[in-house]
Design a protein around this ligand. Sequence first.
Ligand code: AMP
Length: 527
Amino acid sequence: MEFLELAKVCDKVSRTRKRNEKIKIIAEFLSKLQPEEIAPSTLLITGKVFSDLEQKPLEIGYVTLSKALNAAKQGTLFQRKLSILDVKKAFEEIANASGKSSRTKKESILKSLLSNSSELERKYIIKNIFGEMQHGVGEGLLLQAIAYAINSSEEEVRRAYMFLGDVGETAKVALTGGVKAIREVNLELFRPVKPMLAEMTYDFEEPLREHGGKTAVEVKFDGARVQVHKKGNKTRIYSRRLSDVTESLPDVVEEVRGELRAEEAVLDGEVIAVGSEGKPLPFQELMRRFGRIREVQKKIKEIKLKLYVFDILYLNGKVLVDEPYENRTSKLYDIVGNISTAPRIIATNVDEIKNFFEKAIKEGHEGVMAKALRSNYIPGSREKKWFKIKSADTLDLVIVGADWGYGRRTGWLSDYYLAALDEEKNQFEIVGKTFKGLTDEEFKQMTKRLQELKIRETEHTVFVRPEIVVEVAYSEIQRSPTYSSGYALRFARITRIREDKNAYDITTIKEIKRRYLEQFKYKGRIE
Ligand code: AMP
């Protein structure tokens, strides 16, 4: 099918605010596609280009784009009509271009793509490059559209999506195999699923209230999430972003191989960096090892890692996600050998949780998790079945722009515009600005990275593709008349760069609103 049809669909959905209409338009479009067009089209509609599993950065900077755009405008070719697969292929080639002349290669592929496209097509190609479609279609809406197209329920499609980890693939399975195929999707070895997440709470009583008077409290480690897949002698480890990080963790693989008493298993856990006395090291130290492929052996000596496991999703041919946490963890304890499990207590009152929390903080951990004993495991979901209680108030935000610094910071992009995710609109909304928290070296590196992500600029400001996620501490959330999000952080400060998270993994506007309202539990309010 022609790419123009996809661009028209994007344009059509951007013109209606009615969710149901958007769903119908997309469902109708998906139903008309050839099997091989379904996954790429679904991703192009959401502005993602590649799935989370593929994760290839396009690395098209502002300069490359404007050069290609100018050249294309001067010499529009219209030699042939662009198909959806042509666009997908061009993006693949752009992402794969590497080496010395990669910039020139990328520019020429982009130029030819843009020269062959009409005004409307260009608009949506560029929106895909910028990573924001601004037509209000997020993953949630797409899943509903898929369900509508095959006459299935959103719940069923969501379940398949949770195992496939990608909307494109989910759409393909649904539209080629129908309801039957969607129902058959299940967890498979060596196909990672998104990890289950937790809701934040400040109230030690909330987990007890929500979990029926009894909750499992585990140490919350300040590390990186890992999912370990094992079958016989084969072990692979995946990150929270589902990339394969096995090569950088040979010591962890070794431990799993030697200790795990199961032929086949999928485990959920966290890897942390530890110092000489076994105490947790700051997250930054871990990032010097995690995901690294070069000089692994040297780094292994410098930074010791420790694996803690806390859940099991699959054991010897059986998917365990629908079993309660209690049963899953007891199965886990049976097979881990000497691999450490997350220290935990089963708490029935607030004091027990508080004491365990304080102990965890003293031992250098981030806080605690409180998990409902009877809860199932829902990949990718963030619900009250799991709570996290941390010592500091932080948000994960994405940088969408930066101002050039002055004085000592001249030459650096050092004042960052921080955005949260509006899930409803599938859009990033600014909630604050900060120049605090980074070291000089980090400012320099950040300046370089942001320039590569630049999508437009003014005299003082560079706007970027939302890609770099940072953890931000703040003192208060206020209402803001300036930012379109309606909220602004007071005394925001970057506490770390979250290489392990992507832009769709960040704090939502809904969560910011919840925290804003929560403040009034302790403060007065002028109505
Ligand atoms: P956050 O990154 O603040 O959203 O917190 C959720 C993260 O905490 C998870 O993705 C894990 O990487 C991490 N975590 C640390 N300890 C645990 C634990 N015991 N159970 C579950 N997640 C944990």
